[in-house]
Design a protein around this ligand. Structure first.
Ligand code: SAH
Ligand code: MG
Length: 239
């Protein structure tokens, strides 16, 4: 089923929100999220909560101020699903003072780091998504360590260091339902275009033999999960 058009109000909130999701990629993100939340995955346990009469879940790793989250939330609203979005809200390395993507307006004097949780709360309020998007505030590996709900999709857009990207893959890819999708942002095959770790986990996902690429939009990659055991660790990193 085709996704309903995103409302002008939500697009306005998306455009007004700080972050790192261009509109072309955002539109594909919205469509894919809708497709998988509204039945892209097989039923039964592998399909996630829906079998128990509960809403299908999509997971985002890396919320920042909620720019991409608005689009995921809109898709979930249209499909009767929920989004869990994971972030400690203290920024990645490249967001801290002195780094390339630093935004001085976001510095929290108390911690000396940036802080984006308040912005996210405003974004969700403005978009009317408080009951659809559930922020999970904490580090991605800590959150993954207590997670066990199958997801129709997992969207990885968190830290771009090697350690962070591989931890996101290891922590969350196991929870993609069979028939669900793993989405990875900032995948740059040419090192001249951007950092390696998101590309590395994209290659690592393909190398498991459990995922097939089904869509590409700029640096966004969509991999459908065809096999594997839900919740089982991903194969270790190759040499
Ligand atoms: N999806 C957002 C951009 C996310 S930026 C958008 O569309 O605008 C990456 C985010 O990952 C940052 O907010 C940072 O705080 C978060 N992050 C980085 N490493 C993390 C970790 N280990 N655990 C939780 N969040 C992390
Ligand atoms: Mg990104």
């Amino acid at each position: 089923m085709e996704a309903p058009a995103i409302s002008a109000e939500s697009l306005a909130v998306f455009e007004a929100t700080k972050g790192f999701m261009p509109q072309d990629e955002g539109r594909v993100l919205y469509e894919i999220a809708y497709e998988y939340l509204s039945g892209g995955a097989e039923g039964g346990a592998a399909g996630g909560n829906a079998a128990a009469g509960r809403p299908p879940v999509g997971i985002e790793i890396g919320t920042y101020a909620g720019r991409s989250t608005v689009l995921l939330g809109e898709a979930a609203r249209a499909a009767g699903g929920r989004i869990v979005t994971v972030d400690h809200h203290r920024g990645s390395e490249e967001h801290q003072p002195g780094w390339e993507y630093h935004d001085a307006e976001l510095v929290d004097e108390h911690t000396g780091r940036i802080e984006t949780l308040g912005l996210l709360r405003h974004t969700l309020w403005d978009a009317g998504l408080d009951d659809i998007v559930l922020p999970l505030v904490g580090s991605s590996p800590a959150a993954a360590s207590v997670w066990s709900t199958p997801a129709r999709f997992v969207f990885i857009d968190g830290g771009h260091s090697e350690a962070a990207a591989h931890a996101d893959f290891e922590g969350w890819a196991p929870w993609v339902a069979i028939g669900g999708a793993l989405l990875i942002h900032d995948v740059f095959p040419d090192p001249a275009d951007g950092g390696r770790p998101p590309f590395e986990i994209y290659e690592r996902a393909l190398a498991t033999g459990q995922f097939t690429e089904v869509a590409v939009q700029d640096s966004l990659r969509v991999l459908r999960r065809d096999s594997g055991e839900l919740g089982a660790p991903m194969p270790p990193r190759g040499k």
